[in-house]
Design a protein around this ligand. Structure first.
Ligand SMILES: [Zn+2]
Ligand SMILES: [Zn+2]
Length: 147
């Protein structure tokens, strides 16, 4: 069981389950939406996230033909998790919002063809130039964490 929240601590959550996978994404959309070099995502069952303080505000927008919901703190704007409207059972949690970030490690790096050339990647993590199947990322997670 792990807790986390936004930067200003108005929104706090508890994660009651096991991750399904965790990866970084270096696509240009992730670079634009965060203003950073890549994003870190943890795919979880939506029912395993419990808000214990405050409320998430939600932005809804179209992305590659899919309606996406961005859940964030209304006060400080920190993104906490994303969800595709048509797949509400799965959530892409932003695991940098956990209080303790030492217990997980991404199993793959995605969209390396648009990665910044100065980003250094560890040797042991799977690398993809584009988008792999989500099932492959889930298998990688299981192999690394439940072997
Ligand atoms: Zn906040
Ligand atoms: Zn991306």
């Amino acid at each position: 069981m792990h807790q986390g929240g936004c930067q200003c601590r108005a929104v706090r959550y508890q994660f009651n389950g096991e991750p399904l996978t965790c990866y970084t994404c270096h696509c240009t959309d992730c670079q634009t939406s965060t203003g950073s070099a890549f994003t870190l995502s943890m795919i979880v069952n939506s029912s395993d996230i419990e808000i214990i303080k405050g409320n998430c505000a939600i932005n809804t927008f179209e992305h590659n033909g899919t309606e996406v919901q961005r859940n964030h703190c209304e006060t400080c704007g920190s993104a906490l998790w994303f969800m595709a409207t048509e797949m509400p059972d799965y959530t892409a949690l932003k695991p940098g919002t956990f209080d303790d970030t030492a217990w997980f490690k991404p199993v793959a790096h995605l969209w390396l063809r648009s990665a910044q050339p100065w980003v250094l990647l560890d040797e042991t993590t799977k690398k993809y130039q584009k988008q792999p199947k989500m099932s492959a990322l889930m298998t990688l997670w299981t192999e690394k964490n439940h072997a």
